[in-house]
Design a protein. Structure first.
Length: 144
């Protein structure tokens, strides 16, 4: 049996969030525990402090490159949708890699073979994450 290998991805939007208790360490701990439980070996970890509202994050792009150059690794472990992305371009980028994304806190695994209901619920969570960023931008503009 081929060992199952995965990439771990954890993110907070800003240093302020990290200082306010949005813990990258808690995300990493959760994802490592999930890997052990599922018999998955984590081969690479990407931990980032950057907003996900727009495409182009440095470590996200490095993670994509890792998957492209390590085709035997087909699993991505992430806490939940909004920790991975808040924009449609990043979602499409990962979909094109044909990997399996395990959203640990949401209890869902998204892949090309996922049932339509799983894909539909993921799309709703992505739209909600994107809306959160858009709404926050509007609130900031209003306060200026």
């Amino acid at each position: 049996m081929t060992p199952r290998t995965a990439v771990l991805y954890a993110r907070v939007s800003s240093r302020e969030q990290r200082e306010e208790g949005f813990s990258i360490e808690a995300q990493v701990k959760l994802l490592r525990a999930a890997a052990v439980k599922e018999g998955i070996t984590i081969v690479q970890e990407f931990v980032e402090v950057e907003s996900a509202k727009a495409a182009g994050r440095k470590l996200f792009n490095e993670m994509v490159s890792y998957f492209k150059h390590n085709r035997t690794c087909k699993i991505l472990l992430v806490e939940k949708t909004d920790r991975l992305y808040r924009n449609f371009r990043d979602a499409v980028t990962l979909e094109e890699l044909e990997i399996s994304i395990h959203f640990v806190k949401e209890g869902e695994t998204l892949s090309k073979d996922s049932k339509s209901q799983v894909k539909f619920m993921h799309d709703i969570r992505l739209a909600m994450a994107r809306n959160y960023s858009e709404n926050l931008r509007e609130e900031v503009k209003r306060d200026e």
